[in-house]
Design a protein around this ligand. Structure first.
Ligand code: ZN
Length: 335
């Protein structure tokens, strides 16, 4: 098969940048992909624009070089930005239900899997020069996000050659050729956190994330009665506001047997909870945050907090509304 490949943007018309530089990464992947496809016996036209070309000449040039090559398939390599995470592949609506959509789906799944990032899948776009102008079936690969730490870590761990291999696997299959495909560095799992609450004078069984080790099958700590103490095991701190004393000091320990220093509370009903996770080794785990939520007696859970941010956009920095809390849960996520 004849395939046209380009790296998006140029140094003169730069793409997105933050933790990763789009042009530097897309050129590295493009170079590896050209080599990989040739090594698997395919004819490849590198239709990347020249470094000096500014917008929109660079886009016109990619398209005209691809069209002049007579390729049956066009692949443009980009990196995404805007706050998401993972891989997506764009195709023209005219390719819906056909090869364009199939290639987009396959490449997105293959790259996301190799990176260990979310597969955002195939997406239709009708406003992109590359997809609108090319005369062959074409896709635009958004490998990962330049502005997300998890994507940066995955890109650096996996590397451009293995990403190119994943694209080649999805597009043409066959065995890996010139470019070695190293085993992807395993993305470490998000750690578990443990916590317990005391309600009605008894400590309830320990929770691990949203699993109740007491076998009750529920996904939160609480038995319907007001929570009097909270004990949590994670690097960072937690803090409660009680009916009797207001906000108590931050707690860094986890010891339900020590009501003074090993947990948060004073025996009266808890009204608000704050938690803050301190990532210990961001290079190996990525930045982590704690998600948690509370429910008042007889009520459902409020919106989740992430560290000190209310994910509902409410703007407060604690879980609760001043009512009496009877249920609590927490778990970790990557920032
Ligand atoms: Zn781009």
């Amino acid at each position: 098969m004849k395939i046209a490949v380009n790296g998006g943007h140029t140094p003169t018309s730069p793409g997105a940048g933050m933790y990763l530089d789009e042009v530097a990464c897309d050129r590295a992947i493009k170079d590896a992909l050209v080599a990989e496809l040739r090594a698997r016996g395919h004819e490849v036209a590198d239709c990347t624009a020249d470094d000096w070309m500014a917008y929109p000449l660079e886009l016109n040039t990619q398209v005209s070089r691809a069209n002049a090559s007579g390729a049956e398939l066009g692949i443009s390599i980009h990196l995404n930005a805007g706050g998401g995470t993972g891989t997506e592949v764009l195709y023209h609506p005219a390719g819906a239900g056909g090869w364009g959509q199939q290639v987009a789906q396959d490449v997105s799944a293959a790259v996301a899997s190799r990176l260990g990032l979310p597969n955002r899948g195939a997406k239709q776009r009708s406003d992109l020069w590359w997809l609108n102008g090319t005369s062959m079936t074409a896709v635009l690969v958004e490998v990962c996000f330049v502005d997300h730490r998890a994507d940066e870590a995955a890109y650096n761990a996996v590397g451009p050659a293995a990403i190119a291999c994943a694209i080649a696997d999805a597009v043409v299959g066959g065995s890996a050729g010139a470019t070695p495909a190293p085993e992807p560095a395993p993305v470490p799992a998000v750690p578990d956190i443990r916590y317990r609450v005391r309600a009605g004078g008894v400590w309830l069984p320990e929770m691990v994330d949203r699993t109740d080790t007491g076998g009750s099958g529920d996904t939160y700590a609480g038995n319907g009665q007001p929570i009097e103490y909270l004990a949590m095991d994670f690097p960072g701190w937690y803090q409660v506001c009680t009916e009797k004393s207001g906000w108590l000091p931050k707690v860094y320990a986890y010891n339900p047997d020590d009501l003074e220093n090993g947990c948060a509370g004073d025996g009266s009903p808890i009204k608000y909870v704050r938690c803050y996770y301190e990532t210990q080794d961001p290079d190996s785990t990525g930045w982590l945050r704690i998600r948690y939520a509370v429910a008042n007696v007889g009520c459902g859970f409020f919106a989740e907090m992430e560290d000190l941010t209310d994910l509902s956009g409410y703007g407060d920095d604690a879980a609760g509304n001043g009512g009496t809390i009877s249920a609590f849960y927490a778990y970790l996520v990557r920032a």
